[in-house]
Design a protein around this ligand. Structure first.
Ligand code: PLP
Length: 451
C-alpha cells in the first residue's frame, strides 16, 4: 500500500516502528506510544497527523532558523534540480552554486576566514577538521602535533571522529569511541558544577584545565582545541565571561589551532553571524551546518583561515565527500543566507525576539520547579531543581523530571527538549513576540503539570 499523510496515525506508527530505526530511540519507546507523525509546517508551527498545531521551540534540531514553509526555498531547489541536480567538486570541476556559496560564507565570516571545505553535515565537517588540523601540522613539519583536546559533555556529531570529539559518555560506551588522540577537559557549566565558586572564578578554572592538559600532553603534541561557543546539546551552557578570553590566551600561547564548532551558534542563533563574534573568539576553523541551510537541505562545512587553507592546499588533501558542495544544497543555502539578510533576521534576534524571549524565560524562572534562566540570543535553558538557592539535583533517576516536563510540553503542543533535568530551547529565529507569548503560556502549563 502507498503510505500517505491520510493514513490513520496508528497505522503509520506501526509501520514506522516495524521498519524505521530511529536515532537515539529504543524499540520499547516506539512500541509504548508511536512516534508523533509530523505532516507539515509553516513559520514556527508544526502540524501532526491528528491536526494538532505544535509550536516548535527547538527549530527542528536547532536548525530551521528562517522558519518552515518558505516556498522561495522550494523554488530555488526545483530550479537548481532541473538545471544541474548533481555534479561533484573533485578533480578540478566546480559549479556556480558552490562558487557563490563559498564566496558568501567567506564574506560573512570573520576576517581572514576566506575558505570553505564543504561536507554534507556537521559530523562530516568535524571529521574533516580532525584530518585537516593533523595534516596542517604534519605539513608544517610538526607531525607530533596530533592530539586534539575537546570537552566533556560537548556534542560534535555522531560519526566515529565527531562522536569522539564529543564528550558524551553514553555515546563513547558504544562502538569503540573515542578514537585515539582525543582528550576531554571539564565544561564551563557553572550551574551544575560550579560549587561554591563565583561564575567568574569557575570560568577561569575550567579554561585553565586546557593549559594543564596541554602541559600534560606536551605542547609539541597538541594540534587543536575544539569547542562550541555555547554548548547546545549539552544543555545550552553559556560560559562565564572569563572563560573564552582565557581559552584564547592559552591557544595563542601554545600555538594550538582553535576550532569553533558553530553548527548551532552560527547563522544568527546568538544574535551575530557566528557565536565566535558574540564571544570575541578568533578561531582558525569554524564548523558550520544546520542554520547554513535552515535545514532545508543537508549541508555542512569547515570555514578555514587563510594560513591553514594555504598549507592544506599546498599538497593534495586526500579527503572529500560525494556531496561536498552539492549544487542543490548549495543553492538552497545561498538563498537561506539571502533571506537572513533581506529580512534583517539578525536584527530581529538582537532587538525584538531575543529580548522578548529573555523576558519570557526569566518570567518562567519564578516557577517553583525552575532554578533560573540562561539565555543568549534565541537559545536558552531552564534548569529544573527542587531548591533554587543550592542548585540541588532531584533525587532518583537523573533526567526523569526533565523527561516528564518534555512530555507535558509535547502534550500541550510545545516542543521543548530536555537534557537531563534542564529544559533547552532554540526556536526559529523568525519567532514573533506574540508567538513567544504562546510559547511561554504552554511552557508554564507544562511546568505546572510536572510540578
Ligand atoms: N556540532 C554541533 C555543535 C551540533 O550541535 C551537531 C548536531 O547537533 C553537530 C556538530 C553534528 O551535526 P550533524 O547532526 O549535522 O552531523
Amino acid at each position: 500500500t502507498m503510505i500517505t499523510n491520510h493514513m490513520p496515525t496508528a497505522e503509520l506508527q506501526a509501520i514506522d516502528a516495524a521498519h524505521h530505526m530511529h536515532p537515539f530511540t529504543t524499540n520499547d519507546e516506539l512500541a509504548e506510544q508511536g512516534a508523533r507523525v509530523i505532516t507539515r509546517a509553516k513559520g514556527v508551527f508544526l502540524t501532526d497527523s491528528e491536526g494538532n498545531e505544535i509550536l516548535d521551540g527547538m527549530a527542528g534540531l536547532w536548525c530551521v532558523n528562517i522558519g518552515y514553509g518558505r516556498t522561495e526555498m522550494a523554488e530555488v531547489a526545483a530550479r537548481q534540480m532541473a538545471e544541474l541536480p548533481y555534479y561533484n567538486t573533485f578533480f578540478k570541476t566546480t559549479h556556480v552554486p558552490a562558487i557563490a556559496l563559498s564566496q558568501e560564507i567567506a564574506r560573512l565570516a570573520p576576517e581572514g576566514m576566506n575558505n570553505v571545505f564543504f561536507a554534507g553535515s556537521g559530523s562530516e565537517a568535524n571529521d574533516t577538521n580532525i584530518r585537516m588540523v593533523r595534516t596542517y601540522w604534519a605539513e608544517k613539519g610538526k607531525p607530533s602535533k596530533s592530539h586534539i583536546i575537546s570537552r566533556k559533555n560537548a556534542y560534535h556529531g555522531s560519526s566515529m571522529g565527531s562522536g569522539s570529539l564529543g564528550g558524551m559518555d553514553y555515546m563513547h560506551a558504544q562502538g569503540g569511541m573515542p578514537i585515539p588522540g582525543i582528550h576531554h577537559i571539564g565544561q564551563p557549566d557553572w550551574w551544575a558544577e560550579g560549587g561554591d565558586m563565583t561564575p567568574e572564578e569557575f570560568g577561569l578554572a575550567r579554561a585553565r584545565e586546557l593549559e594543564a592538559k596541554i602541559e600534560e600532553l606536551g605542547e609539541d603534541n597538541v594540534a587543536a582545541f575544539i569547542a562550541e561557543p555555547v554548548q547546545g546539546a549539552g544543555g545550552v551552557i553559556i560560559p562565564p565571561e572569563t572563560y573564552w578570553p582565557e581559552i584564547q590566551r592559552i591557544c595563542d600561547k601554545y600555538e594550538i589551532l582553535l576550532i569553533a564548532d558553530e553548527v548551532i551558534c552560527g547563522f544568527g542563533r546568538t544574535g551575530n553571524w557566528f557565536g565566535s563574534q558574540t564571544f570575541g573568539i578568533r578561531p582558525h576553523i569554524m564548523t558550520i551546518a544546520k542554520g547554513l541551510s535552515s535545514g532545508y537541505q543537508p549541508i555542512g562545512g569547515s570555514v578555514v583561515c587563510d594560513e591553514v587553507a594555504s598549507v592544506i592546499g599546498a599538497t593534495e588533501f586526500n579527503h572529500g565527500y560525494t556531496y561536498s558542495g552539492h549544487p542543490v544544497a548549495s543553492a538552497v543555502a545561498l538563498k537561506n543566507l539571502q533571506i537572513l539578510q533581506d529580512e534583517n533576521i539578525l536584527d530581529h534576534v538582537r532587538n525584538t525576539a531575543g529580548p522578548a524571549f529573555r523576558a519570557g524565560l526569566e518570567g518562567l524562572a519564578d516557577h517553583p520547579l525552575v532554578g533560573g534562566a540562561s539565555v543568549i540570543g534565541l537559545m536558552g535553558s531552564l534548569p529544573l531543581t527542587p531548591h533554587k538557592e543550592s542548585r540541588a539535583k532531584f533525587a532518583g533517576e537523573a533526567g526523569a523530571i526533565g523527561l516528564m516536563c518534555r512530555e507535558r510540553c509535547f502534550a500541550n503542543n510545545l516542543v521543548m527538549r530536555h537534557v537531563g533535568d534542564r529544559m533547552v530551547v532554540s526556536p526559529p529565529l523568525v519567532i514573533t513576540p506574540d508567538e513567544i507569548n504562546i510559547f511561554m503560556d504552554r511552557a508554564r502549563k507544562a511546568l505546572d503539570e510536572t510540578w
